[in-house]
Structures are given as structure tokens and as C-alpha cells.
Design a protein around this ligand. Structure first.
Ligand SMILES: [Fe+2]
Length: 286
């Protein structure tokens, strides 16, 4: 099974697809949303071509791993077919839910962190990994609210999930940055409490500030992926590398999409930090 190189990848969105195939620019790897390709034969064909040049991470938003009514098994089979066809180097999805029975809600909705949701996610995760025959990385969500019914923090929930299932994690550093602001906790402390040995991939993306929302300082930060990575999120990325070691890192830019060249500049920015950072075991000698 292929794995992602320890370098910086770019989120591949459909408007950049033809240019990517034509120019094959230098970028560590690509991440796709399978939902953009399963019903689009032309895009699928171009993706197959790109898979000859790049390692590809498949990041799904349609499995609904936290849904109490069960995961979307039809979508899971489509996902498996795509993953096998392009020889994906990683497969991942969010700690969230989006299905209720046959209803699909077009959003990544939050979970309370308690024993019941832990058992639900763990059971679904086993089913997803059994069906795919490979690890399915779980990504920490962007958060805007906390549930009264939560009995543990998100970091405790992820630790427990790793202990029970042996799963691998994707740490979205920008999600940590904005969730810490929205819920009023310390982002570095959150990273300190994640199980470092389980982290296989990092994400970085831009966000939008909504003023006038009820929150600690009247601002809600929304995970829109429509802007460059914030300066403070770059700093948190360096901190994460120091804590977890060098990891494959993705730049996510999904809406208000810039020219491909601008997206690749953002990739270069992450590469500079990834290359400059030393492995944590040497941190004590600096
Ligand atoms: Fe992400």
C-alpha cells in the first residue's frame, strides 16, 4: 500500500484539474474529495492520469461516521472503488455526521463527546476500515459550539478512540486554531494533549471572521477554506511539527479559489516551515 510522502500537498479542486494535468507542477501530493469525481467521468479520467504522477489522498465528506442511524454504505462502496482505482496513498474523513436515516444534510455536523458517541464512532470506523481494507484517518472538526452532554474534551475523545480502535488521526491545525478561538481554549494545550504517535497527516486552510456573533469576543471564526493561512496558524503549524514530527501536510483552499499559481505559493510557504523544522527528538539540543 502506498503512503503519503512527508512533504506538502495541495487540495485539488475541479477548476484546477485541467491545468494540473497539462502542467504537472511540482507539488508533494494531492488531496481530492471523492464526491467531486464519482459521478463525473471526465474528471475521473483526468484524476487517473494525475495518479500516475502524484500520490493522492482521498478525503471524503460523505461517510457520516458519527451518525447514530449508521454510515452511508452505498457511498462507502463507491469510495472503495475510487480508492482502489487510483491506488490512493491515504483515506480520511471528519469526526462529524451528516446523515440522519435517508436524509443527507450538506454539512459536517458536530458530535457530543461522550461514551455513546464514542461507541458509535468506533463501531462505524471499524466497518469503514474493514470495507476499505486500510486505515481511515479521523480529522478533528472545526467547532462552533460545545454540547452540555459531553463528558470529555475533544482531545480526550480522540485519545480514547485511538486506544479502542488503533485508528490513525489527521490533525487539522487550522481547525484547532479557530476552534480554540470559538470555544475559548488554548490551541497549543490541545495539540499537547493529542496522541502524537497516532498523527499521520496535517491540514492547513484559511477561515472567515464573522462579526457580531455571540462568542467570547463577538467574533465567530468560520472554517471556509476561502483565504490564505493566517499568520498565527502558521506559527501553530510549526508548533505542531515540533510536537508530532514532520508529517505530510495539506493546503486546503476550497472556495474563492485562487489561480493555481497562488495556491502553489501557499504550498511553498508550508514547505519552508516543514523543511526548517527539526524532528522533536533533537528539540532539546537547540
Ligand atoms: Fe481539514
Amino acid at each position: 500500500m502506498k503512503s503519503l510522502p512527508i512533504s506538502v500537498g495541495a487540495g485539488l479542486r475541479l477548476p484546477h484539474l485541467a491545468e494540473m494535468v497539462e502542467t504537472v507542477p511540482s507539488v508533494g501530493w494531492l488531496e481530492i474529495h471523492p464526491e467531486n469525481f464519482v459521478a463525473n467521468p471526465h474528471a475521473s479520467e483526468l484524476l487517473t492520469e494525475l495518479s500516475l504522477h502524484y500520490a493522492i489522498s482521498v478525503h471524503t465528506v460523505g461517510i457520516s461516521i458519527g451518525s447514530i442511524t449508521g454510515i452511508d454504505r452505498v457511498h462507502l462502496k463507491r469510495l472503495r472503488a475510487l480508492v482502489e482505482r487510483i491506488g490512493a496513498a491515504a483515506v480520511s474523513g471528519h469526526l462529524a455526521w451528516s446523515n440522519y436515516g435517508a436524509e443527507f444534510l450538506n454539512d459536517l455536523l458536530p458530535l457530543p463527546y461522550n461514551e455513546e458517541s464514542l461507541r458509535t464512532v468506533a463501531a462505524h470506523l471499524r466497518e469503514v476500515e474493514d470495507t476499505l481494507g486500510r486505515p481511515y484517518l479521523i480529522e478533528n472538526p472545526s467547532s462552533y459550539l460545545a454540547f452540555r452532554s459531553s463528558t470529555m474534551s475533544e482531545a480526550e475523545f480522540l485519545n480514547e478512540l485511538v486506544d479502542r480502535t488503533g485508528c490513525r488521526l489527521l490533525c487539522d491545525v487550522s481547525n484547532v486554531y479557530l476552534s480554540a478561538h470559538n470555544l475559548g481554549y488554548d490551541a497549543r494545550n490541545y495539540l499537547d494533549r493529542l496522541p502524537a504517535d497516532a498523527i499521520d497527516e496535517l491540514h492547513l486552510g484559511g477561515f472567515t471572521v464573522e462579526s457580531g456573533e455571540s462568542n467570547v469576543d463577538g467574533e465567530l471564526w468560520i472554517d471556509t477554506h476561502d483565504a490564505p493561512v493566517a499568520d498565527a496558524a502558521w506559527e501553530l503549524y510549526a508548533y505542531a511539527l515540533n510536537r508530532f514530527g514532520k508529517k505530510p501536510t495539506l493546503i486546503e483552499w476550497d472556495s474563492d479559489l485562487p489561480r493555481l499559481e497562488r495556491l502553489l505559493e501557499e504550498v511553498r510557504g508550508a514547505e519552508r516551515i516543514l523543511c526548517a523544522e527539526q524532528e522533536p527528538e533533537y528539540a532539546g539540543t537547540r
